[in-house]
Design a protein around this ligand. Sequence first.
Ligand code: 6PG
Length: 236
Amino acid sequence: MQIKVYESPQETAENFAEYLYLKSRIKTERNDFFHLAVSGGSTPERLFQILAQRDEMNWDLIRLFWVDERCVPPENDQSNYGKVKELLLNKIVMPEINIFRMKGEMPPEKAVEEYTEVLTNNAPLKNNLPSFDLLFLGVGEDGHTASIFPGNLDLLDSDKFCLHTVNPQTKQDRLTLTAKVINNSAEVSFLITGGKKAKVFNDIINKTPEAINYPAYHISTMDKNLIYWIDKSVVA
Ligand code: 6PG
């Protein structure tokens, strides 16, 4: 596990974008697909804007999946896909067939079935689970990650590929990859910026008793190529 600390959220995003490019190039320069799964929320918005400016990304060979989605249509400002479309996809040339969004507009259980099919047919399988080359996550102040929330730790053991969950604060229906799929990725990175995330991050790193209740902690305890990309306001 590595922790990379930068001066600012912008610098954190710039360095992660460079890392993402270098990792993708390993696959794309040998004409293989690079399978990337992205999270939503506000933290990665800078990253998507930076990636939109990086002409050297070989989007023809990058397959884009989502870690989670709000159960809203793509044009809703809450949509994780909608945000990526606004900040990145509308600004680059990427084949539609490389974009695998979760269908937030569908009834949740139907959307779960549909995305399970999408993953089965388009993501490499390892240990009989989808396996992404790189998957990045954010973390909520309550320790949630993806759309796995505290109080749903039983979901960490689900053998399904994706699930319908509900945000306990907002009661918003969500779609999420399961912890087993997240941990089956070749690499997992957390993007965590802003002082509000300092407590949850330091709880996780210091394995405090409170951290046990955080879904993000359980992702971090798996033996993975795990990197935390943080800015200095997150360091205690
Ligand atoms: C989502 C995300 C979620 C996010 C955290 C942090 O759909 O909201 O996938 O898990 O990463 O809530 O969100 P912020 O980056 O907005 O703090």
